[in-house]
Ligand binder design. Structure first.
Ligand SMILES: Cc1cc2nc3c(=O)[nH]c(=O)nc-3n(C[C@H](O)[C@H](O)[C@H](O)COP(=O)(O)OP(=O)(O)OC[C@H]3O[C@@H](n4cnc5c(N)ncnc54)[C@H](O)[C@@H]3O)c2cc1C
Length: 470
């Protein structure tokens, strides 16, 4: 899976930066300072989990170095996206953060391949009040850079354009990292792995297994630029209000478990599809073709027409749930965020940002305590795993861990039969002719109940999916 640059809203097409010299990496020469062994903790990746960990550790008084492969934090990050902000609001002066719009309205639409659409739309008044349900559209290029700056302001050192290639082991414990810089080996008693979904360093070092393709989703996303009025008129928005639109059914991503989305930024739309890699390998279409088909659905096309594409990206999303998570704690290392598989996708919620920040924060606290105790083996770092097990993060992952398997089992029903039946039932129910309405109602009911396998089938489905609402 490749990642492309996330450009700022006012930027034009911003090509992926070529390999460059970048800022000087600390080297063991008399001219440059040697940071080797100077730090209590090395953070791999300046995404959400990495910056949360670095900020927390720096505030606890640790000497922290954060290594990021992009030319600045966020340039390699791909995102839908809604940033869920409860913890980040506590950790930072969040009012200063570069945000786009808060989520004022959410819609869930069922699309059929034939062009039907059924939409449920919600706009609770409470979402328009501070803190806006802690749900903000952001552009990761801007946001991650700002978040990393908060860690730097707290005392962390950030080195960009530096890829960690391996972990250093001494006496069986992780004791530092290798980087792609000459003399790029750095030693420290702890390493926080926050490298995101493509967790090559964790996997290469044997701390995590390669993800099964059933446990990973692929996404294709483009960002299109419009003028602000076009977006506000099209989606009925004012000021900082934003819309998060989610789409399911075979009109969204064909015969696959997944969906499409549109998120409104100030002057751009993020438009994308996310679906199981297992389905992607059986689909004749490439992810960008699936995205094109989604954009041309009659219910979607008028919302995304025009504009100018300023970014295209594809990325993986780990969604294997608790069963696919690696051990979070190792001798000298902890794993956080997407690298630890901390993403919830149950069709109604797609949440990874809050889990990444929470895990970085909890990891940062545990590392600070371990360093203060003079021991950084797995037992000393176990407070991180305990805090996560006690947290809403693991609770949510456990609660919804069954969902994607169930959706895969019922793929044909959920993504094909149901959208068709709902559209046919609507057509019947509201039919305008000289028949009595009772006949329309009966016909609509028959279509819906028939698609669910009769009343018994409907009861079984309700029981199977009850945990979505309990
Ligand atoms: C299309 C899409 C839509 C999404 N939508 C949402 C949404 O709406 N809401 C939500 O909450 N979540 C969403 N997610 C999930 C969310 O983006 C992630 O859960 C979150 O970004 C994880 O943060 P992280 O810090 O763990 O990893 P990342 O944000 O991926 O950060 C990892 C960082 O590590 C760096 N890195 C990687 N390897 C190395 C290395 N070897 N050396 C140095 N640096 C390295 C990367 O460049 C990157 O900066 C979405 C994901 C995708 C792909």
């Amino acid at each position: 899976m490749s990642t492309d640059a996330q450009s700022g809203e006012d930027a034009g097409v911003e090509p992926e930066p070529e390999e460059s010299e970048g800022p000087p990496m600390p080297q063991s020469t008399s001219e440059t300072p040697s940071y080797d062994g100077e730090f209590d903790a090395i953070v791999v990746g300046a995404g959400l989990a990495g910056s949360a960990a670095a900020l927390t550790m720096a505030e606890e008084g640790l000497d922290v170095i954060m290594l990021e492969r992009g030319n600045s934090p966020g340039t390699k990050n791909v995102f839908g996206g809604i940033m869920f902000t409860p913890r980040i609001r506590e950790l930072t002066d969040f009012e200063d953060a570069p945000k786009q719009r808060f989520v004022a309205q959410k819609t869930f639409s069922m699309l059929s391949e034939e062009g039907d659409a059924t939409e449920v739309s919600m706009q609770p008044a409470a979402w328009k009040e501070e803190p806006h349900n802690d749900s903000w559209m952001v552009l990761r290029g801007d946001f991650d850079e700002w978040f990393a700056e908060q860690a730097v302001d707290a005392g962390a050192t950030l080195i960009t354009e530096t890829t960690v290639t391996d972990l250093v082991r001494e006496k069986g414990a992780i004791a530092g990292v290798e980087t792609d810089r000459p003399d790029g080996r750095l030693h420290a008693p702890t390493v926080v792995l926050a490298e995101g979904a493509n967790s090559l360093v964790s996997e290469g070092a044997g701390l995590a297994e390669s993800q099964q393709r059933t446990d990973v989703a692929v996404s294709a996303k483009e960002v299109r630029k419009y003028d602000r009025e076009t977006i506000e008129d099209r989606f009925h928005l004012t000021d900082e209000e934003g819309a998060a639109m989610h789409y399911f059914g075979d009109g969204a991503v064909g015969d696959a478990v997944g969906g499409g989305f549109i998120y409104t930024n100030k002057r751009t739309l993020s438009i994308g599809v996310v679906y199981s890699i297992e389905d992607a390998v059986h689909d004749e279409r490439s992810p960008d073709e699936v995205l094109d088909d989604f954009k041309s659905h009659p219910a979607v096309a008028p919302l995304v027409t025009g504009g100018r594409m300023i970014e295209y990206s594809a990325h993986a999303i780990p969604e294997g749930g608790p069963d696919a998570m690696p051990d979070l704690v190792h001798d000298g290392a902890v794993i956080t965020g997407d690298a630890a598989g901390l993403v919830l996708n149950n069709g109604l919620h797609l949440e990874g940002t809050n889990m990444a920040v929470e895990s970085g924060y909890q990891a940062g606290k545990a590392v600070a305590d371990a360093v203060a105790s003079g021991r950084t083996d797995a037992a000393a770092l176990s407070a991180y795993e305990e805090a996560m097990n006690d947290s809403w993060v693991i609770d949510n992952l456990n609660h919804y861990g069954w969902f994607l398997d169930a959706a895969a089992e019922d793929k044909e029903f959920l993504f094909d039969d149901l959208p068709r039946a709902i559209a046919d039932a609507e057509t019947d129910y509201f039919r305008m002719n000289d028949e009595p309405k009772t006949r329309h109602t009966k016909s609509a009911r028959k279509r819906l109940v028939g698609a669910m396998g009769g009343y018994l089938g409907a009861a079984k489905k309700a029981w199977k999916y009850r945990k979505l609402f309990s």
